[in-house]
Design a protein around this ligand. Structure first.
Ligand SMILES: Nc1ncnc2c1ncn2[C@@H]1O[C@H](COP(=O)(O)OP(=O)(O)OP(=O)(O)O)[C@@H](O)[C@H]1O
Ligand SMILES: O=C(O)c1ccc[n+]([C@@H]2O[C@H](COP(=O)([O-])O)[C@@H](O)[C@H]2O)c1
Length: 191
């Protein structure tokens, strides 16, 4: 039987935005994958989260963001354990749980540049295939094996959205309307 092929888009998703959705869709179709699993981390290994949102906020926003796409799913494995979410630990666990699945780990160019600093990267590259996508202001170059996929450039980040909310600047069209409603109804990112 052929292995199932799943793309993992790991992230903090604080909040999820159109950049994430476009990446997922482009990689899904270019590589003809069976599914893209959005994988929210518990605690990002390389940056501090100061936005004040809860794990439940991030998860609910992600659920809203992907709900109309049958090829998108959420992988909650990193929310099951406390502490920094090192991708090596996660992917070993996922491979053990699902030996019949081939995993493609999708990263933006900022993470491609940072790959040398990932915990246990030399082991991780033997477990997953890395897929790199372009992102404005970052180079798509790495000494590690990364397959590059060209996507429409989008200079959108969660940081930009949080900053705009703080200054009461419109975030319309940068992320799905139902996620914007969640942010407004729950007063996220206001201070
Ligand atoms: N606009 C974008 N273009 C390309 N890749 C992106 C884009 N936004 C996010 N990514 C990639 O998606 C993954 C998850 O990103 P993350 O959830 O940290 O969003 P972010 O916008 O980078 O967040 P923050 O601004 O809070 O650092 C990372 O691999 C990141 O490189
Ligand atoms: O394992 C690591 O050392 C490591 C270092 C930096 C980032 N990552 C993972 O890369 C993904 C994108 O990170 P982020 O913070 O941009 O959302 C997310 O799944 C992180 O857990 C993993």
């Amino acid at each position: 039987m052929e292995k199932q092929r799943i793309g993992i888009l790991g992230g903090t998703f604080d909040p999820p935005h159109l950049g994430h959705l476009v990446i997922a869709n482009e990689v899904l179709h270019t590589l003809k994958l069976d599914q893209i699993a959005f994988m929210p981390n518990q605690e990002p290994p390389h940056k501090a989260r100061k936005s004040g949102t809860t794990e439940s906020d991030r998860l609910q926003m992600l659920e809203l963001a992907i709900k109309d796409n049958p090829n998108f799913a959420i992988e909650k494995i990193e929310l099951e354990r406390q502490g920094k979410s090192f991708s090596l630990d996660t992917m070993k666990l996922l491979k053990d749980r699902n030996p019949g699945v081939e995993y493609y780990f999708i990263i933006g160019a900022d993470m491609v540049e940072y790959l040398a600093n990932w915990h246990g990267i030399d082991e991780l590259i033997n477990i997953v295939s890395f897929i790199g996508v372009n992102r404005p202001k970052y180079e798509l170059e790495s000494p590690y094996p990364v397959q590059y996929i060209e996507i429409p450039q989008m200079d959108i980040s969660s940081t930009l959205i949080r900053e705009r909310c703080k200054k009461s600047i419109s975030i319309k069209y940068l992320l799905p309307d139902n996620v914007i409603r969640y942010i407004e109804e729950n007063g996220l990112y206001e201070s």
